[in-house]
Design a protein around this ligand. Structure first.
Ligand code: SF4
Length: 256
């Protein structure tokens, strides 16, 4: 699929068109492939009304920002256990990615289907490409700038292109012990809304609302699938120690 140019959010000279208040906003689940958002997704599929969705899930979009270095085992689990559910419920599933190290390089849609079969492992440019070009590794100092650049930015760009003049409802799978992270995220979204002079989206955290922490998430997924669903992260992530317990990380790293 083709390259998309970055969206310009700040327009000081034009009044934004009035939002269609009577139109029910679409719900967009940021699906990172890992345990937390996987649980949110299967709960949505099981009980659409409980999540404010239409019975046929026609108002749900599931989207993944593709960084390019996900563990093959995690991808296999998604293809084997989640894609069949998306196909059965005809839920729209999208993958987006950056096209280069600079925002001017744009972003791209790797997949957009109600019948996903295979996860697209990478786009034309990845975080690993940038690290290799610069001869460096991801840095722990300065926060998760790689995540903001390779996940947050293409997701935001897609949303601005998909919903240029009407708000949507974003669902994020932070768990109950990530309230500080959720507050930070809310603050960033409010800044984006102010810059755009409209509500780009509202943000909801169903795991926090239900007080489901990581232990509860893992237990419910174990009951669902009969195995421990992994956390999603890049194979070279500097935060691997907190992304995964060491035995689980070593199991992922072991060649098949
Ligand atoms: S998983 Fe780690 S390396 Fe990959 S984008 Fe997130 S913070 Fe960066």
């Amino acid at each position: 699929m083709g390259t998309n140019s970055p969206q310009i959010q700040l327009d000081l000279w034009q009044e934004p068109p009035p939002a269609a208040a009577s139109v029910k906003p679409m719900t967009v689940l940021s699906y990172g492939l890992g345990a937390d958002s996987t649980l949110v997704l299967i709960e949505m599929l099981r009980d659409p009304a409980g999540y404010g969705l239409e019975p046929d899930l026609s108002d749900l979009i599931v989207i993944t920002a593709t960084v390019g270095s996900e563990w093959r085992e995690t991808v296999r689990l998604v293809e084997d256990h989640i894609f069949p559910l998306l196909r059965r419920h005809q839920v729209r599933y999208i993958q987006v990615a950056r096209c280069g190290p600079y925002e001017a390089d744009g972003w791209e849609i790797l997949a957009d289907s109600r019948s996903p079969q295979r996860f697209i492992p990478r786009g034309r440019w990845t975080l690993m490409d940038e690290l290799s070009l610069n001869g460096t590794v991801v840095q722990a100092a300065g926060g998760n700038s790689c995540s903001l650049k390779y996940k947050g930015w293409p997701l935001d760009q897609w949303a601005l292109a998909e919903f240029p003049d009407r708000p949507f409802r974003k669902v994020v799978g932070y768990h109950a012990r990530e309230q500080k992270r959720a507050r930070t995220y809310d603050g960033c979204q409010q800044e984006e809304n102010l810059k755009a002079r409209r509500t780009i989206c509202t943000v909801e955290y169903p795991l926090i609302e239900q007080s489901w922490d990581r232990d509860i998430v893992e237990a419910r997924l174990f009951t669902e699938f009969g195995f421990l669903w992994p956390k999603s992260y890049c194979t070279f992530c500097v935060y691997s120690g907190s992304c995964s317990a060491r035995p689980a990380h070593m199991a992922l790293a072991r060649p098949p």
